[in-house]
Ligand binder design. Sequence first.
Ligand SMILES: Cc1cc2nc3c(=O)[nH]c(=O)nc-3n(C[C@H](O)[C@H](O)[C@H](O)COP(=O)(O)OP(=O)(O)OC[C@H]3O[C@@H](n4cnc5c(N)ncnc54)[C@H](O)[C@@H]3O)c2cc1C
Length: 406
Amino acid sequence: MKKIFDTVVIGGGASGLMCALRLAERGVRDVLLLERNDRVGRKLSVTGNGQGNVTNTDMSARHYFGSGRETVAAVLKQYDEKWLVGEFTSLGGLFAADGAGRVYPASRQASAVTDLFRFALAEREVAVRTGEKVVRVRRADSGFAVQTASAEYRARALVLACGGKAASYLGTEGDGYAFAESFGHTVTPLRPSLVQLKTDKNLIKGLKGLRCECAAALLRGGKESARTRGDVLFGDGTLSGDAAFRLSAFCAEGDLLRLDFLPDHSQDMLVRLLAEKAARMPALPCGELLRCIVSGALARCLLQACSIPLQMPAGQAQKKLAELAGAVKGYALPVLGTLGFEKAQATKGGVRMEELTARLESKKAAGLYIVGELCDVDGECGGYNLQWAFSSGACAADAIAEKICG
Ligand SMILES: Cc1cc2nc3c(=O)[nH]c(=O)nc-3n(C[C@H](O)[C@H](O)[C@H](O)COP(=O)(O)OP(=O)(O)OC[C@H]3O[C@@H](n4cnc5c(N)ncnc54)[C@H](O)[C@@H]3O)c2cc1C
């Protein structure tokens, strides 16, 4: 007779690793973790520019989007950032927050977090099969049948932890959405999130590599549709950094991105400052007008955008100063799209959260649990997506363990 696992977890990423480990810790004996890559945690190991920003000290549901805000709040309340750091510490790691509240392993190596899981799973003798791509899932008897290219597995409970569609080169091509749909779940529209914006490279010429703190707003049809504040990092026709990433899930081609490079100062004050400077030093080259106000590269770019020659004496530019101050306070760049799912860090949209219980069990198929990025939950940049993955994986594990072990 075919072996029936207590639980099969599909996906050895952040949520699946946490789920499998917690199931074992809670006494669920027969757990099988299936991962299509040749090793677990490939994405986890490259997070946070390889440093692994696993959570944030400022943790709450207001940092998340999607249909699941209430569920996120409830899950995070129980499995918060302190709980997470406690878990990792109990596995032998040391974690610390930077000045912005972003929590990293003290070694600043994301792969070390994956290693904590690998060793803990091996110690608890959890069956981990890599190189096993699940191709189909279905109801079988009172449980589930999970089909891979080489085998079929049976399970009493099934956890979909296959991630979203972002960065498919790391193994996430969106397989989980089809699995969830096969049980009758709805998948809300999917969009790349936390991804570079594309813009006209001529308008940001000379700025490559520059990082600025800005207030950034998206304008659609002349109306502001989203705004945020944070870093913008200029690339070769692209914009990244916190602020650009945050807006990426909300933008559409044809939008305008308005950057305010001096968010703490008014435009009137800036016009007065420039006018006084030009009156006091009429021979000063215009290239010097914004010195000590914005960076030199940005000053040159903005002067060029206002057609003010760098060598023109400031005394001759009095009529252009309001326009220059306007460019500093609201430089408009056309949004030409994003770099898409391949470069995205997260997926906006996913399995509709109203179709899951507060413990992340499917309301369509009892015994099926859906966790991590597959859910219609996406967080801001700063450790929020990994926290959701870990918290949701643990939440589902506890629910399964209570059913199986009481
Ligand atoms: C470059 C990058 C940097 C990031 N940095 C951060 C950061 O610093 N902080 C942060 O909070 N978030 C970060 N994120 C986002 C975060 O990594 C994800 O939100 C999180 O990993 C999602 O966890 P998950 O378990 O849902 O999915 P994943 O971690 O993507 O894991 C899903 C797993 O399922 C496997 N799988 C998929 N389909 C199948 C199948 N059919 N059969 C078997 N296995 C399958 C995949 O191979 C994968 O291993 C980053 C993302 C990227 C791409």
